[in-house]
Design a protein around this ligand. Structure first.
Ligand SMILES: NC(=O)c1ccc[n+]([C@@H]2O[C@H](COP(=O)([O-])OP(=O)(O)OC[C@H]3O[C@@H](n4cnc5c(N)ncnc54)[C@H](OP(=O)(O)O)[C@@H]3O)[C@@H](O)[C@H]2O)c1
Length: 350
């Protein structure tokens, strides 16, 4: 991990910010380097789009170069205005790493390119650095629904359909419209099939990752197969939508081990989660619209690292506590959300 160099690369940047060059990068299969922390842009259906856009601009000013977007967040035009402003203030496009995601109601091959082009247009870019299939299920839910909502035509993961979608993403790479493609919310059995059948394998997988939900087996599998793990909800998503809250959910930021490490270092427990995530080899994408918080999160990446003992202690905190369970993507009445996650190592497809 590198500290803060004295000089800055461009004139634009906050005096108390972080030099983007000091943020460790992750080399992706296929060429690009992904900055080791990104700013999430999902306002959990609560935060106004304007506030997210302002955070994108403010985050770039304090050193972020990596932004995690998605069509379904409904705010790509707002984020796009900030990206244009960031470039107008002198940050070259090549320094930015922008991700977007194909939403579940656009998996049909004929829908992929128009959906991609819409994101590109809304974000005001001529290419994306990473384009993900947001969920492996073609099951849509409108914003704001509760956990019982189901798409009327919902169906399970069907590998042939997923591959037809993937082929369209591969064509976008061929045409240099996107540098890398990747997965999100998939399991090892689904990845095994994708790695068997893809012409262009995924460069990254976005997955829920925080101290109480470490997914060690999937994490190891990704690293072994040259796929970069990107961690969403890295702080345990304290403001997630109500449909993603259940009585047994645990709270990472209140974990006594995390809190005691934070006290020792004089930082917020959120910064401990960020440090752990980066030191483990992941790329966390914490969301925040508060300057003090998104600044603290990027500083956590470049300031004093956790000790080996801290890392060891946090590794022992895993409780397999999945927060974003995905109930709204189920396809049968009376099903358990665990069916979405192939609990026995086999794809649940009926
Ligand atoms: N692929 C997927 O299916 C998927 C699913 C979920 C999320 N994501 C992506 O992952 C991103 C992050 O996930 P998330 O937003 O659910 O959860 P998160 O990043 O774990 O938590 C965000 C919350 O933490 C608070 N926070 C941030 N920094 C803090 C700090 N330093 N101190 C105290 N509180 C802090 C924020 O509040 P303030 O704004 O008040 O700071 C916000 O309420 C999303 O925005 C989205 O881009 C992807």
């Amino acid at each position: 991990m590198i500290g803060h160099p004295a000089g800055r690369r461009s004139a634009w940047g906050a005096a108390d910010g972080v030099d983007p060059r000091s943020v460790p990068g992750r080399h992706l299969r296929g060429g690009a380097t992904m900055p080791g922390i990104g700013l999430g842009t999902f306002g959990s259906e609560r935060v106004p789009h304007e506030a997210v856009a302002e955070a994108v601009l403010g985050a770039a000013e304090v050193g972020y170069r990596h932004f995690d977007c998605a069509a379904v967040y409904g705010n790509e035009t707002f984020v796009g205005r900030s990206l244009r402003e960031i470039m107008a203030r002198g940050v070259p496009r090549e320094e930015l790493f922008v991700t977007s995601k194909l939403w579940n109601d656009r998996h049909a091959p004929r829908d992929v390119r128009p959906a991609f082009e819409r994101s590109l247009r809304d974000l005001g870019l001529d290419h994306l650095d990473l384009y993900l299939v947001h969920w492996p299920f073609p099951n849509h839910h409108p914003p704001g629904v509760d956990a019982h909502a189901r798409a009327p035509d919902a169906r399970p993961y069907l590998h042939d359909e997923y591959m037809a979608t993937w082929r369209e993403l591969e064509l976008l790479v061929d045409e240099n419209l996107v540098r890398h493609i990747g997965t999100s919310n998939v399991t090892i059995p689904k990845l095994e099939l994708l790695l068997r059948d893809a012409r262009i394998p995924p460069a990254a997988n976005q997955m829920e990752l925080h101290p109480h939900f470490q997914q060690p087996e999937l994490f190891r599998y990704l690293v072994a197969n040259g796929i970069q793990p990107v961690g969403f909800a890295p702080l345990g998503s304290p403001a997630r939508p109500d449909r993603d809250r259940m009585p047994d959910d645990t709270v990472d930021l209140e974990d006594p081990v995390i809190v005691s490490i934070a006290r020792r270092l004089g930082i917020h427990p959120a910064a401990v989660c960020v440090k752990w995530s980066v030191q483990r080899g992941g790329v966390p994408i914490p969301f925040s619209t508060r300057r003090a918080n998104y600044l603290a999160n990027i500083r956590a990446v470049v300031d004093e690292p956790l000790t080996a003992d801290d890392i060891h202690a946090i590794a022992a905190l895993d409780r397999n506590s999945r927060l974003i369970k995905g109930q709204v993507f189920l396809w049968r009445e009376g099903q358990s959300w665990t069916d979405l996650w192939d609990p026995d190592g086999r794809i649940v497809a009926s």
